[in-house]
Design a protein around this ligand. Structure first.
Ligand code: TXA
Ligand code: MG
Length: 344
């Protein structure tokens, strides 16, 4: 199959992409977080193609992308006021809400769960595709399962050229890490995945938030978890990644003394001079966490190279968007963290 590359700025793109979606095809769509691999979320056969293209485990549910809060009730029931409060505060934007699913949503889409995740992306062309196709678009991140997510059309082409009908090129994704996921199906709201909408912002609207264990620790394959995706290895380049925490100087001391040929260093732009001779790669500025979230996956993809032995990574500290960057890096490192202050 020839994969069409459609430009988001072309006025015919939304209609062409919507037609492909209505015909049961796969179309990669841009969003403000990462590119998604989209299909008609109500069409089991189309959804099955997503799992096949990604090599995704069948029990890992998909997010339904909708055009606005008014569509929530089409696919969910028992909707608490909190869901509308969140939508009002953060949609369109990087927030996904988990609610009880209506029967119209196929079990293939929900990975067999009785709940469904919905989100309204902050991307004009993608919302237009949803509106024109008349269906919710199920879309996981467009990467091959387990690999770092796709934040450019080129990343998607690399993973799926010849396997999907089209890619809508909307440029680089602004946020760069996937949406925040909040589960509203229990008595207390639960954070399943941190993202561009921060825990602090959520608390302001919800007044209460439980952080799921999967956010902060490695989950065992056999454990029962709220977000099935969390138990799988994620975002990982082919070689092991270790996070080195601690001050700039102590971390550089530790990394430089352990560094061997074939290793790489993933660091902040401010730290590049400290790693001369160690082939450092910067993913953004420590002083501007938004550049780190926007640059993380492109850097991890660049480091996905079998000739690399080991990656030493520097991770931002603190809350806000840094909390999401920490989560993705820790998962890429399978929670392997060395504290350079203790090692010194
Ligand atoms: O920013 C994003 O959310 C991107 C863009 C494309 O919208 N999508 C994305 O999808 O990250 P994906 O499939 O890569 O990650 C979705 C996560 C998975 O970990 C999945 O297990 C979880 O959401 N999830 C989906 N439906 C769920 C549900 N009903 N209950 C709990 N977790 C759910
Ligand atoms: Mg993903």
């Amino acid at each position: 199959m020839q994969t069409l590359l459609l430009s988001a700025s072309d006025s015919k793109t939304a209609a062409a992409a919507a037609n492909l979606i209505m015909n049961g095809q796969l179309v990669a769509i841009p969003t403000e977080t990462v590119y998604g691999l989209g299909a008609n979320g109500l069409d089991e056969a189309a959804v099955a193609k997503i799992f096949e293209a990604k090599g995704r485990p069948q029990d890992n549910p998909l997010i339904l992308h909708i055009s606005g809060p008014e569509q929530i009730e089409l696919f969910c029931h028992h909707i608490p006021q909190k869901a509308y409060d969140l939508a009002e505060a953060f949609w369109p934007g990087p927030l996904t809400i988990v609610l009880p699913a209506k029967d119209i949503v196929p079990k293939r889409t929900t990975g067999g769960l009785s709940t469904v995740a919905v989100r309204c992306p902050d991307c004009d062309v993608t919302r237009e595709i949803i509106r024109l196709s008349g269906v919710p678009i199920a879309a996981p991140s467009a990467n091959i399962s387990g690999k770092p997510s796709t934040t450019t059309a080129e990343h998607v082409r690399h993973d799926h050229d010849g396997k999907i009908a089209a890619i809508v090129d909307g440029g680089s994704c602004r946020v760069g890490v996937e949406s925040t996921i909040v589960d509203l199906t229990e008595a207390r709201p639960r954070l399943l995945r941190p993202g561009g909408v921060t825990p602090e912002q959520l608390l302001e609207v919800l007044g209460d938030l439980v952080v799921d264990k999967a956010v902060t620790a490695q989950i065992d394959k056999d454990e029962v978890v709220k977000a099935p995706g969390m138990k799988y290895r994620h975002y990982a380049p082919s070689e092991p990644v270790v996070i080195v925490s601690g001050s700039r100087e102590k971390a550089a001391e530790y990394i430089r003394s352990h560094f061997e040929p074939g290793d790489r260093v993933l660091c902040f732009e401010e730290e590049l001079p400290l790693y001369e001779g160690c082939d450092p790669l910067s993913y953004g500025k420590e002083a501007d966490v938004n550049t780190l979230s926007a640059g993380l996956f492109a850097a991890l993809r660049e480091l996905d190279d079998p000739s690399i032995h080991q990656v030493y990574a520097r991770c931002p500290v603190g809350g806000g968007v840094a909390y999401a960057v920490q989560n993705r890096l820790k998962k890429a490192a399978a929670f392997h963290i060395v504290d350079a202050e203790e090692e010194a």
